[in-house]
Each structure stands twice: as structure tokens, then as C-alpha cells.
Design a protein around this ligand. Structure first.
Ligand code: G6P
Length: 578
């Protein structure tokens, strides 16, 4: 169980805990990582257990707020992902009925509700408890003396792994890959009752059958393969990820997404929604689609989109989410569907919630991404967007041929960047001494500046801002000076001359400038303090090679500063709460 938990740590890691159930329940939890809990645990015995790694929402990371949480008698234990919106009202009610609470969490109401409704049958008690609950959850409950687990989900992922005389329940596949590749995905409203040799699933009180899936990744895919960190391994996998993702679609005889249907329906614009790094892919997508399809595209942050009335007539909607579980993105899909939009999801996780609620899903073939900082999933998302736009492009035949050729060459161009990582490492050593860094770009490389800054801040804790190069003069100039380096992303496109002007302006304010520029760009060498040369590609593809440089820059800067690269403070890989 601890091994499984370790593989889920990327989902949250500010504290962790386990409960082992036999005739009683023993709970061990603390504000530590799984490795430390493993060492601190006394010998416990039992054949049923639950565990959890936490990403705090209600109550600070502390031993008492860590999961599992128990009822008054310590005979029912629960782990929970998600948020119980009405927990305060439920807690007041339960306290008035004599229940004692010890933590600040929303989760603690669940074991108490189960205790309240328990009349000899755990699954019935769980079902009754969840009746009172509003919000999102994936829970597993166990009760002393009952060799089974009861699991339930609503808007938060949960899977059952089918083993050999043992079964598993987990919130994500990597947890169980060491033991089995046979998986059942629970659906919203399902209650699963699992023993070592039986699995029963009920929905609305009726027993249901959910199909079994075989997981195609191996354990090795979810391991570091000799790299010091998952992030570095995942950055290095990108040439393969590009090949795999393009290979999947480029060889398809039928278009995988029927944009023609959208056109028949009079679609005149496109909306792309996402969060975090996926949002930066959406922004790059806007430039790709506008150039190749000649329709206006809006790229929006899902959590912002969700709170305003929308006018979406004749709009095709795409959502991008690596995990397929980001709560804000899922909510956005719901809203889009409510107003009658047909939603295409681009996700990396087969069977994820996004794939199940969208009208159509295109999978990126990045393989499991464990490092919290997204890298290969971003590049894979771009590949899907390039491929989609190229499939329906209105560009001329020659331009299309040259772009197809450019796409095929991208794996070797990215490999070229990786082969030169020692040079990038030197720049990282230099950057690691600063506390503020600006990233600037224009056009299709403006989102790359945002992504470069995000990567740097999230893993090295250096304050970094991504800016449209032309906007620096409207405020941020006040912050420039010799202690604020500026990384300028320069592409050989219509923005080139303007970018050179911006670099001159920055230099005049005393900031050191490191430019990313294509091979053979001599003008830039005379302006910038130093230049990281990137392989020559069509400007439309420049976000790919530039982003890989910036990923490596962030990685080695964080390494130089001794940061926890795969598990940055306060963050989580998949954010299943709004
Ligand atoms: C979290 C992760 C980011 C990711 C974002 C969106 O914040 O730490 O790396 O970009 O969620 O995740 P998604 O799975 O929807 O792409």
C-alpha cells in the first residue's frame, strides 16, 4: 500500500497517512512524504488498508488534518479527494448530535456521517452518507472487522485494479501498475464494494457492470529510468512523444475530428479552454488555428470562463487537459455542453473524466507524466493542434507540404536541443543567482514566454514573469535593471524587427538579455548579452524548440538552487478542486 501511495505522490504531497484494518483500525499519518512515513511506521498487520497523500484545501497541512479521518470510535476510516461544499452545515448538525471533530477538514464529516447511518451494512451507510453530501469526491471507506473497502466517486477520478487474489482502489493508474494492468474506471454515482476476491459495483441502488480495460503503459513508463528526476526524463522523452502523437493521427485514413461537420453547422469561430500549462498550449493553438484555418480563435482560462455569461453561437469548442481531471476544466465542459456546444477534449489520460464527458476525445500520446511541472504533455498537445489545423488548413499546397515536412523533422530538432543541454545548463547556473526574471516574446512565442516563466517560477521559486515584449514598456520597465535578467524569445517571423527594438529598449534600462534565436541569426548576437542558439524551424513550430530550451533552463536552475524539482512546494499535478 505504501508503494502504491508513493506512486501517487505527484497528486499531492504535503502530508500522508494510512489506516490498516483488522479487528480494529490503526491509523498512522503525519506531515511527511511517503518515504518518511514508511520508515516511521511500526509493524502493522491486516489485509485491508487505505492510504492518502494530501494537497491541502480545508485546513493547513498538519498531522491532524492529514487523511485517513475516522469516526468518534475510530472504527470507520475514510480517505477523500475533492471538496464537500456543505461540510460546515453538516459538521454543525453532527456536533449537535454528539459527534466529536478533531480536524479542520471538510473530509471528517464523511466518517461521522457513515457512523450515523451505519446499521450493520457499510455500503448502505456510505450511500446514505453521500446522500447528505454536496460537492465532489472520490472516497474509500473501511470499517474494523469488515475485510472490504467501499469506494464512491462524483467528479473526482477513481479506478479499481483487478489483481490476483487481491484488488485495489486508487485515484490514478500509476498506483497499481506494479501489481496489475487490469483496470475498471468507476463512473459518477458508482459505489464499489471490493474484497480480495470480489468486486461489486452499484449505481442508484442497482448492481451494474463496468468494462475492464487493459493499461498499455508499463511500470517503467512511470519510473525514472536512471534520470535524477521525472522532469528531466520527461523532457528527454519529447522526441519520442512527438513521433508517437503524430504517428497516431498522421496515419489515420479518416480525419479523427470531423471539423467539416462543424463547418456544415456554420461554425465561424473556435474557443479553446484550459488551465495552467495546457492553457499556454491553448494560446499557441490560437495562433496555429488562426494562421492555418483563418477563423478567429479565443483561448481562455477555464476558471475564468466558468463565471461569466457566454455567447457561443457558431463556436467550436476544444478543451485541453493533460490529466482530464482538472475541476475547472471539467466544469467548463459542462457549461459548454449546457449551451449546446459540441466539445472536443485533448487529453493524455485514457478513461479520464474529460474523455468521458466530452463529445469527442483526441488523446495525446505522452505516456504518464509524473513531474508536477508539465513538459512533454505540453509538446504533445501542440502536436495535436498542429495536426488538427494542418488537416483542415486553407494554406496553399506548397506551404502545406513544407509544414508537413517541418513537422516530421521536429523530433530531430528537439533532439538537437537536448544534445546541447550542457550549454543551457551554464545559463541556468547564471540565472540561479537572481530573484527576478522576465521572459518576453511576441506572436506565437508570447505564450512560450508565459510557459517559460511558469516553469521557472514553479520549480526554482524565482519570481518570473512572462510578458508580451511590446507590453514591457507599459509598466514592467520600472522593474528592469542589472539585477533583473530578461530572456527574449526571438522568432524569424513578422515580429522579428519589433523584437529587436524591444531588446534594445531593455538593454537601455540595464537588464542583462539572454536571447533565444534561430541558427544563423547574426543581428541578435550584436544586441543581446548572450544568445542560446535554437535549431532552425518554421516560425509556426518555433514554440516547440523554444519551449524545450526553457524547460531545461528551468530544470537546471532549480537543480542549482537545490529545489524539490518533481514535487514543488504547495503544488499538485492534478487539481481536482475549483
Ligand atoms: C496543475 C499542474 C500543471 C497543469 C495544470 C492543468 O496546476 O501542476 O502542471 O498544467 O494543473 O492540468 P491539466 O491536467 O488540466 O492539463
Amino acid at each position: 500500500m505504501l508503494n502504491c501511495l508513493g506512486r501517487l505522490e505527484y497528486r499531492g504531497y504535503d502530508s500522508c497517512g494510512v489506516a490498516v484494518s483488522s479487528s480494529g483500525i490503526e491509523v498512522y499519518k503525519d506531515v511527511v512524504r511517503v518515504e518518511a512515513l514508511k520508515k516511521a511506521l511500526p509493524r502493522v498487520s491486516g489485509t485491508v488498508g487505505i492510504g492518502h497523500t494530501r494537497w491541502a484545501t480545508h485546513g493547513e497541512p498538519s498531522q491532524v488534518n492529514a487523511h485517513p479521518h475516522c469516526d468518534c470510535h475510530g472504527s470507520i476510516a475514510v480517505v477523500h479527494n475533492g471538496i464537500i461544499n456543505n461540510f460546515q452545515r453538516l459538521k454543525r448538525q453532527l456536533i449537535s448530535e454528539g459527534h466529536n471533530f478533531v480536524s479542520e477538514t471538510d473530509t471528517e464529516v464523511i466518517p461521522h456521517l457513515i457512523e450515523k447511518y451505519y446499521h450493520g451494512n457499510l455500503e448502505e451507510a456510505v450511500e446514505a452518507a453521500l446522500h447528505d453530501v454536496e460537492g465532489s469526491y472520490a472516497i474509500i471507506a473501511t470499517r474494523a472487522g469488515e475485510p472490504k473497502l467501499v469506494a464512491a466517486r462524483k467528479d473526482s477520478p477513481l479506478i479499481i485494479g483487478i489483481g490476483d487474489r487481491e484488488n485495489f482502489i486508487a485515484s490514478d493508474v500509476p498506483a497499481i501498475l506494479d501489481y496489475t494492468d487490469r483496470v475498471i474506471y468507476l463512473e459518477d454515482g458508482d459505489i464499489g464494494v471490493v474484497t480480495s476476491d470480489t468486486i461489486k459495483i452499484r449505481s442508484d441502488g442497482i448492481e451494474v457492470t463496468r468494462g475492464e480495460h487493459k493499461i498499455l503503459w508499463s511500470v517503467e513508463d512511470a519510473q525514472k529510468a536512471g534520470y535524477e528526476h521525472f522532469m528531466l526524463k520527461e523532457i528527454h522523452e519529447q522526441p519520442k512523444v512527438i513521433r508517437d502523437t503524430l504517428g497516431e493521427y498522421a496515419q489515420a485514413t479518416e480525419p479523427v475530428v470531423d471539423l467539416e461537420v462543424m463547418r456544415d453547422e456554420g461554425i465561424e469561430s473556435m474557443l479553446i479552454l484550459a488551465c495552467g500549462t495546457s492553457y499556454h498550449a491553448a494560446l499557441v493553438g490560437k495562433y496555429i488555428v488562426e494562421e492555418l484555418l483563418r477563423i478567429p480563435v479565443r483561448a481562455e482560462i477555464a476558471s475564468e470562463f466558468n463565471y461569466y455569461p457566454q455567447t457561443l453561437a457558431r463556436t467550436a469548442a476544444i478543451v485541453i487537459t493533460q490529466s482530464g481531471e482538472t475541476a475547472d476544466t471539467l466544469k467548463a465542459i459542462g457549461r459548454l455542453k449546457e449551451v449546446g456546444c459540441r466539445v472536443v477534449a485533448i487529453t493524455n489520460v485514457v478513461g479520464s473524466s474529460a474523455s468521458r464527458i466530452a463529445d469527442q476525445t483526441i488523446y495525446t500520446r505522452a505516456g504518464p507524466e509524473i513531474s508536477v511541472a508539465a513538459t512533454k504533455s505540453f509538446v504533445a498537445q501542440l502536436m495535436v493542434l498542429y495536426w488538427l489545423a494542418l488537416s483542415y488548413s486553407k494554406a496553399g499546397v506548397r506551404r502545406l507540404e513544407s509544414l508537413s515536412m517541418g513537422l516530421r523533422q521536429l523530433p530531430s530538432k528537439v533532439q538537437q536541443v537536448l544534445d546541447d543541454e550542457d550549454i543551457i545548463r551554464e545559463y541556468a547556473d547564471y540565472l540561479s543567482g537572481y530573484e527576478d526574471v522576465f521572459f518576453i516574446g511576441r506572436g506565437i512565442n508570447f505564450p512560450v514566454a508565459l510557459e517559460g516563466a511558469l516553469k521557472l517560477k514553479e520549480i526554482s521559486y524565482i519570481h518570473a514573469e512572462g510578458y508580451a515584449a511590446g507590453e514591457l514598456k507599459h509598466g514592467p520597465f520600472a522593474l528592469l535593471g542589472s539585477d533583473t535578467p530578461v530572456i527574449a524569445i526571438v522568432a524569424q517571423d513578422s515580429t522579428y524587427e519589433a523584437m529587436l527594438t524591444n531588446i534594445k529598449e531593455v538593454k537601455a534600462r540595464g537588464s542583462p538579455v539572454i536571447a533565444l534565436a534561430g541558427e544563423g541569426d547574426e543581428a541578435i548576437g550584436e544586441l543581446a548579452d548572450s544568445v542560446i542558439t535554437v535549431p532552425q524551424v518554421d516560425a509556426l513550430f518555433s514554440p516547440v524548440v523554444n519551449t524545450v530550451v526553457l524547460q531545461l533552463l528551468a530544470y537546471y536552475t532549480a537543480k542549482q538552487r537545490g529545489c524539490s524539482i518533481d514535487f514543488p512546494r504547495n503544488l499538485a499535478k492534478s487539481v481536482t478542486v475549483e
